[in-house]
Write a protein that binds this ligand. Sequence first.
Ligand code: ZN
Length: 85
Amino acid sequence: MTATNEKITNSDNDTIACICGNTADSSGFYAYNSGNEVEPTLEDWDGESMFCAACLRVFRQSTGTVIDHPRSIRMLDGVVINRDD
Ligand SMILES: [Zn+2]
């Protein structure tokens, strides 16, 4: 885990905006678990960890606190997306 002071803006439940400029209407945000996109189910997901599909910052949905920033994430369809930076 990479601890940072970064925060994702979450002004209300429908409006999430990442530090990188991504929004739900752009690249979007997905449920995250251990380097993978997961279905947002009780079995696969903790109900909190989301990631930005544009920059791969991982954050807690309820607080917007960035909790990790992995180099790559495997999507549900098996495609691995990598950070640009
Ligand atoms: Zn982002």
